[in-house]
Design a protein around this ligand. Structure first.
Ligand code: Q9C
Ligand code: ZN
Length: 663
């Protein structure tokens, strides 16, 4: 079961601004139709289950809003334009139309439709394309184009109806969802994360409570996370760094049962409100990472987004990722800007008392946080039409046809593993001479038919992997070290420029030279005996899980492995597993699944043929793109953090995504 639901109804286009108001003029009905149209162009609508909208009931609305406010909204149905205008002016950046009430009920009802589909198990995830948006609206107030707080009501609804005890709300809209903050600031069952344009408080809604030091109240202290952006031009590297160093460690430690996203796309490139730089595929990466929480239960609820082309491309990238298409490679320089690092450092600092997964070597706040001039130059502000042209080219550049085969398996014919039905076995065999030549480099003794056969098949499979005939590849190997070493050599020969290798257990690919930057290699092991020479391209992570029931490996992934991989920007991933040793099967599964965010998903897993359980778990991830519960999670122990911190000190001068301090 891997369905994605989509809610859309053009009736939510039946209201608009009726008078002149430059502040509200950007919130237009076409925001919905252009997003839906783009989803159709990409043939994504057909692949989702379309759900009808419904009206939210008064009971549902009043889960969050006061009956008095409901009455005001209700009364706008029969107002003339003057009365609508007068009512609108009682609020901030709000406008009402005769159809606003009806549309706000559909917008909220549509949101709850997605929540019901996901919570009932009818679908795995989904998106609601709706307007009016919700995250600014408050118990008794409309605000920032929002009427009812769709996401806040959805969280209360899920708590009541499905007895969900922990909900994560991720608000990636570029405005602070102060409405959501006010509603949940004393509720520890909801972890609320928002990043937002702030500029030291000089940007709308000009609230001091939008800063990083608003962390929640009473028993919910630590459950409100604000990441203010103090500069415009924030881009892909900054957003991804914010996920690695702020949101994801806290979210994994929180271990939600449901994830709701206030999915506003005014944080994307070209938006006249946000003035940020994130390109559409960045939202694929954010979505992909969130799919690893709550067993994949993920609901995307539209909020803002005012550049129609940028909005519709970003919505499309989100839905495409929910449907598990390969995640396009992230473009741009993988270096967060100074101002972003200041904000990241400060929010980590104020939360480190409450979240053990934020433990780090530095506990200071950035002192004088007004740092104009130190930061990267603000982007030149492009015309909307120039952004259209940019996006037209950009999308062509980053999107490639999905490979016809998902997984190619190299395994002995007698392999009795229960591999999923739709895998394809590599059936050819490379000529013996070719294979012997490939192997000779590694000067191996004890070659037998079995090994030659396996390596021969793998060599053929790799050609298909590099040429994108298959998305990924699993090799069950009788000799993991040899297979991994030959694989690296072969993919370089086939034209790969950067190969990211992760080695778990005793795999020796030492004969490969790693000083030319074409290979980056991380070895993960529980003891130092597997340690190799260190360089900027070769590193060792001493990591030992202390428990079999729960895991803290997510810490190593977000603090070290993924930032390194995202900095390196590989064009192929090789994961070699000899034995699971110091990390669990679920850890290896989580690692593999997250690594699919790189290299357009081109992953080769080389697994010792003895490791049936790992092979099965990896097949489940790579073939089925399965969503699973990777937890439960516990914070990492001190010893693991210490050895990781040592490696970090060396690596972060070159690999900038590792940084989470402004220095
Ligand atoms: N130039 C949403 O994105 N105007 N609402 C700000 C600053 C209000 C945004 C003016 C923006 C409201 C859902
Ligand atoms: Zn917004």
């Amino acid at each position: 079961m891997s369905r994605t639901v989509l809610v859309y109804d053009e009736e939510m286009m039946s209201y608009k601004l009726l008078w002149d108001d430059p502040e509200c003029a950007i919130e237009v009905p076409e925001r919905l139709s252009s997003s839906y149209k783009r989803l159709q162009d990409y043939d994504l609508v057909n692949r989702c289950v379309l759900l009808p909208v419904r009206e939210a009931t008064e009971e549902e609305i009043t889960l969050v809003h006061s009956p008095e406010y409901l009455d005001i909204v209700k009364s706008t149905q029969s107002m003339n334009v003057d009365e609508l205008k007068t009512t609108s002016k009682k609020f901030t950046a709000a406008y009402f139309h005769q159809n606003s009430y009806r549309c706000a009920k559909l917008s909220l009802g549509g949101t709850l439709q997605v929540v019901d589909a996901v919570m009932s198990g009818e679908a795995l995830n989904g998106m609601a394309l709706i307007r009016p948006p919700g995250h600014h609206s408050q118990r008794s107030a409309s605000n920032g184009f929002c009427v009812f707080n769709n996401v806040a009501v959805a969280a209360e609804y899920a708590k009541n109806k499905y007895k969900v005890q922990r909900i994560l709300i991720v608000d990636w809209d570029i405005h602070h969802g102060q409405g959501i903050q006010y509603i949940f600031e004393d509720d520890p069952s909801v972890l609320y994360f928002s990043w937002h344009r702030y500029e030291h408080g000089s940007y709308w809604p000009y609230l001091s409570e939008s800063d990083y030091d608003s962390i929640g109240k009473g028993s919910a202290t630590g459950f409100n996370i604000n990441l203010p952006w103090n500069q415009i031009g924030i881009g892909n590297a900054d957003y991804i760094a914010a996920f690695f160093h702020v949101l994801l460690p806290m979210a994994f430690e929180f271990n939600p049962e449901l994830v709701l996203v206030s999915a506003g796309y005014d944080s994307g490139i070209g938006d006249p409100e946000g003035r940020m730089c994130a390109t559409p595929e960045c939202f694929s990466h954010l979505t992909h990472m969130l799919m690893h929480l709550a067993g994949g239960k993920l609901c995307m609820i539209l909020e803002g987004g005012y550049h129609l082309r940028s909005l519709s491309e970003s919505v499309s990238m989100t839905v495409r990722t929910l449907l598990r298409d390969p995640v396009p490679r992230l473009s741009g320089e993988m270096t967060p800007c100074y101002s972003a690092l200041e904000s990241i450092q400060n929010v980590r600092h104020v939360h480190s008392t409450y979240w053990k997964s934020l433990v780090h070597d530095e506990t200071r706040l950035v002192k004088a946080i007004s740092t104009k001039g130190l930061s990267a130059p603000a982007p030149v502000h492009a015309e909307a039409s120039a952004v259209n042209e940019f996006l037209e080219n950009h999308m062509k550049k980053i999107l490639h046809p999905t490979p016809p085969v998902t997984t190619l398996v190299v395994a002995p014919v007698e392999n009795t593993l229960n591999l999923p039905a739709d895998v394809q076995l590599e059936e050819g065999t490379a000529t013996t001479e070719h294979v012997i030549n490939a192997i000779r480099v590694f000067n191996q003794d004890g070659l037998n038919e079995n090994i030659l056969n396996s390596v021969g098949k793998m060599v053929l499979a790799l050609e298909k992997l590099v040429n994108r005939k298959t998305r990924n590849c699993i090799t069950l190997s009788p000799n993991t070290s040899l297979s991994a070493a030959v694989a690296v050599q072969q993919v370089l020969r086939l034209g790969c420029e950067r190969v990211f290798c992760i080695i778990i257990g005793d795999v020796d690919i030492e004969p490969l030279k790693t000083d030319d930057g074409k290979i980056m290699c991380i070895t993960i092991s529980g003891d130092k005996t597997h340690e190799r020479t260190h360089s900027q391209y070769q590193t060792f992570l001493k990591w030992k899980e202390s428990s079999h029931e729960s895991s803290s490996f997510f810490y190593a992934l977000f603090r070290f492995v993924l930032p390194l991989a995202y900095s390196y920007q590989p064009d192929l991933i090789i994961l070699a597993v000899e034995s699971k040793g110091s990390v669990g099967t679920k850890d290896i599964a989580l690692l593999t699944s997250l690594l699919q965010g790189l290299a357009d998903g081109a992953v080769l897993a080389v697994v010792s043929e003895k490791e049936k359980e790992i092979t099965k778990a990896l097949a489940n991830i790579l073939v089925n793109c399965a969503s699973m519960f990777f937890g439960p999670y516990i914070p990492p122990d001190k010893e693991c953090v210490q050895s990781l911190t040592q490696e970090l000190t060396v690596m972060q001068t070159k690999w900038k995504m590792l940084q989470c301090l402004a220095k």
